[in-house]
Design a protein around this ligand. Structure first.
Ligand SMILES: Cc1ncc(COP(=O)(O)O)c(C=O)c1O
Length: 321
């Protein structure tokens, strides 16, 4: 086995596994990159490290110095990943969370030593963003990395996720991923378009007004600056809408190929299957998708055990994702 100097060296170089058993088209392979293997458990470890290292390089954060405070709005994986890196570097992280976030998320943030600031549950993640922006404005001495506008978010994927995918799957024809901050799609998409022109980049989004694990519909009133800054409208070849119920269905189906994943992986898999079904019967293709995280944080959704309509309804009250 390889020996590593730090847990942070375990970020990235995640495995890709063939899940074509779920493909509706015999000529279309589907491969899934398992980002849950990152040490804090998700794809967001990559951007947490890249945003913090960039802030250190710019002198905005100084490892070991007293009173280094960061603030970030995140109901999900970015908060958890930042909390791990901050814990290791000795920084104090304040995470602004909607008050109705699931217990697993709270517990994980507390485990990593983060401080939680509640924002109104009824305002969802957009409310958490607004409160974090307000607090950051009142405290210019705090470091606000703000994943939605931080160029080091897509850059982490341009430098690591994209090259890893092309090295492992040189025959890739389609990249299918969820759209949250858009960092994954912008970074990997730009890398693939530059290094394998012709690769199709497809985004999965929920219908307007519906919540699916970390994903957002751009028509819901907020377009991340990194999406605009990377000319996302032209970079994306297509958007595929996946409903909350389909996401749960496909999260369950992924267990057939041995994958216990978060709900966005189900959404992205549902999108990959729709992509495969659109490819003419006489053609072949290779789709690469992202499994953003594993299933542990979602156990209280009942996603694998309860009636599927109950799961979808429960997700409207509590932010699991
Ligand atoms: C579980 C999960 N899936 C997908 C995404 C979307 O990734 P990105 O922010 O790179 O668009 C996120 C991000 O918020 C996430 O937490």
């Amino acid at each position: 086995m390889t020996r590593f100097a730090s847990v942070l060296d375990l970020i990235g170089q995640t495995p890709i596994v063939d899940v074509s058993a779920l493909s509706p088209h015999p000529g279309v392979s589907i491969l899934a990159k398992l980002e849950g293997r990152n040490p804090a458990g998700s794809v967001k470890d990559r951007i947490a490290l890249s945003m913090i290292e960039a802030a250190e390089a710019e002198g905005r954060l100084v490892p070991g110095a007293a009173d280094q405070i960061l603030i970030e709005p995140s109901s999900g994986n970015t908060g958890i990943a930042l909390a791990m890196v901050c814990r290791m570097r000795g920084y104090h992280l304040k995470v602004v969370l909607p008050s109705n976030v699931s217990p697993e998320r709270r517990q994980l943030l507390l485990a990593w030593g983060a401080e939680i600031i509640d924002s109104p549950g009824s305002e969802g993640s957009n409310g958490a963003v607004r409160l974090a922006q307000h607090l950051a404005g009142e405290h210019p001495e705090w470091v606000f990395l703000y994943q939605y506008a931080n160029a080091n978010n897509p850059l982490a994927h341009y430098r690591t996720t994209g090259p890893e995918i092309l090295a492992d799957v040189p025959e890739i024809t389609h990249f299918v991923a969820g759209l949250g901050t858009s960092g994954t799609l912008m970074g990997v998409g730009r890398y693939l378009k530059e290094h394998k022109p012709g690769t199709q980049v497809w985004a999965i989004e929920p219908p307007s007004g519906e919540m699916v694990d970390g994903l957002r519909n751009l028509e819901d009133g907020y377009v991340p600056p990194i999406f605009t800054g990377n000319d996302g409208v032209h970079l994306l070849d297509r958007k595929v809408v996946v409903r909350a119920k389909e996401s749960i269905e496909w999260t369950r189906r992924l267990t057939e190929v041995g994958l216990f994943t978060g709900i966005s992986a189900g959404a992205i898999m549902a999108g990959a299957v729709k992509c495969a079904a659109l490819i003419p019967a006489t053609e072949t293709a290779t789709i690469v998708t992202i499994v953003c995280d594993d299933g542990w944080k979602y156990l209280s959704t009942g996603a694998w055990s309860d009636d599927i309509d109950d799961v979808v309804n429960r997700a409207k009250q509590i932010i699991y994702f």
